[in-house]
Design a protein. Structure first.
Ligand code: TEU
Length: 510
């Protein structure tokens, strides 16, 4: 697929999007019932978080069967209907492929555990003696299996054993999973923690790039990917490594998390918070934009199902900041990913301590973590049911699987739909603009030096008048930068002689 042509991917966390049967959990029929909304919004692809059969220790990132739908979400008929109905509206479906690990209840693991000499004996990473290495969810990376009398490796929870990618049959099986979904008509894949497939557990090395590159290249070479959008979640890759993968079409775009970590102390994990500094937002985005200024592209996103709302973490829930961030992101070079609820300014909301559900958060709290950090960075805050109306009633007629409260009136689809000056309408206009404006899609990126509270950059194509994107990252009133011509889109209804707090716009540059 020509990745530059995708104007917006909309991420749906199915558990929290729309419940159709009143059990408090979102499902595929729920997604289908909201396709007209997504079509109105103008999105071209949906990234669906995992809906495969799973015991749900990590909300579906522990897959027990890659080619069956979990009854919690519906059936394969529902999935086929979703693919068809989305396609009727010009919307593709991107499946989440969790290739690094499976569930401990996956048939491969059960067989591997029981029969070391059998066909699946070498599908996972088994050792007689474990080394000391910390997993991403806290605790060690090795768990003893009394059945096999050996230890197996897991980068995440013990219920998520890592596949042994050195085994060519593992790679073949995964290619068959891809082929299965291509056959059913999906238009993209998002590969979960794909940088980890080349790891060396004995040397305690998460990333061996040449190896990871080879495995990934082999994997995608086994299916016809020409009409697919390939997205890799690979926080450990450098821009050069990403460019390398883009050049040979192993991936179209990569998720990197440097921006998400701006409110962390750095090097000490996600829970050690530091104050957010707008100037660092600018320098970090600029570094990544420069790396792909002439070739390749970035992924552009603020939030996802792992990253709670940045307007809560950085900007005290301020809706003006949400608008500014929307314009700033849609001006950048790359593919924008919009996470459900972001278009109505959903915030981290409130969750009572006893209602936390996420395995990562529960482990952290058990280990003595603080609620303050969880309120900012706990993944449940990103997974609060979608606010279609004032409360979560319109998400489900039953009791939502995750209890939460919001106190920001009007931040929901029903309210914002009736207000053409709302954040929701701004997103709709931005999405439409990116669809038609070649400069925004393909133009090179160039920073315009300004003071640090202001982020100004140009998008350029030879022989065309450049665009200027101006974003006031602060609540201060600032002088307008020079060179601002006719505005294409703005957070404000009118123009003022000064830049208002959090004002942002895209205009022609003279
Ligand atoms: O996330 C990968 C990942 O690196 C996370 O551990 C991330 O660091 C953490 O969520 C930050 O809080 C992917 C999925 O997006 C996530 O939902 C899964 O839990 C994880 O892989 C394991 O499959």
């Amino acid at each position: 697929m020509d990745a530059n042509k995708v104007s917006t991917v909309y991420q749906i966390y199915p558990k929290s999007f729309q419940d159709s049967d009143g059990d408090g959990v979102g499902d595929l029929q729920g997604v289908i019932s909201r396709l007209d909304y997504l079509s109105w919004l103008g999105v071209e692809m949906i990234w669906l978080n995992p809906v495969y059969v799973s015991p749900g220790y990590d909300n579906g990132y522990d897959v027990a069967d890659y080619t069956r739908i979990d009854p919690l979400f519906g059936s394969m008929d529902d999935m086929d209907e979703l693919i068809r109905e989305a396609d009727n509206r010009g919307i593709g479906i991107m499946m989440d492929i969790v290739a690094n690990h499976t569930s401990h209840q996956h048939e491969w693991f059960l067989q591997s555990e029981r029969d070391p000499e059998g066909a699946y004996g070498n599908f996972y990473i088994w050792r007689d003696t474990p080394n000391e290495w910390s997993s991403f969810f806290g605790g060690g990376t090795w768990t003893y299996s009394p059945i096999r009398n050996q230890y197996y490796f897991h980068a995440f929870a013990p219920e998520q054993p890592d596949l042994n990618w050195k085994n060519e049959y593992v790679r073949k099986e995964m290619a068959e999973v891809l082929a299965f979904w291509v056959e059913r008509g999906v238009t993209g894949f998002r590969f979960d923690v794909i940088d980890l497939i080349g790891k060396d557990v004995d040397r305690k090395q998460w990333l061996d790039f040449p190896l990871m590159r080879r495995y990934l290249k082999d994997l995608v070479a086994q299916v016809d990917t020409s009409s697919l959008l390939l997205v890799g979640e690979a926080g450990g890759l450098t821009p050069d490594e990403i460019l390398d993968l883009q050049r040979d079409s192993s991936l179209d775009v990569v998720f990197n998390f440097e921006v998400c970590a701006l409110d962390e102390q750095g090097g000490q994990g996600k829970w050690k918070l530091a104050p957010f500094e707008p100037s660092r937002l600018k320098t970090t985005l600029d570094t990544w934009q420069r790396a792909f200024a002439m070739e390749g592209r970035n992924s552009l996103f603020w939030n996802n199902h792992d990253q709670p709302r940045v307007i809560s973490r950085w900007y005290d829930d301020d809706e003006r900041a949400a608008k500014m961030l929307a314009v700033l992101l849609y001006g950048l070079k790359g593919i924008p990913f919009l996470y459900q609820g972001e278009e109505v300014g959903m915030t981290n909301g409130l969750i009572a301590p006893e209602d936390y559900q996420d395995i990562e958060t529960l482990n952290y709290l058990k280990a003595g973590g603080t609620l303050d950090a969880v309120r900012m960075k706990g993944r449940d805050h990103a997974r609060i049911p979608m606010l279609w109306g004032e409360g979560t009633d319109s998400f489900s007629t039953g009791t939502p699987w995750l209890q939460s409260a919001h106190n920001e009136a009007g931040r929901n689809v029903a309210t914002m739909c009736t207000d053409e000056t709302s954040l929701l309408y701004l997103y709709r206009e931005l999405i439409a603009l990116r669809r038609t404006n070649q400069l925004l899609r393909d133009g090179a990126y160039e920073l315009v030096p300004t003071e640090e509270r202001l982020y100004v950059y140009r998008r350029i194509i030879d022989g065309e008048p450049p665009l200027l994107v101006v974003a006031n990252l602060s609540q201060d009133t600032l002088p307008l930068p020079s060179g601002c011509g006719e505005r294409l889109i703005s957070t404000e209804k009118d123009e003022a002689p000064m830049l208002r707090p959090f004002e942002a716009f895209i205009c022609y540059n003279f």
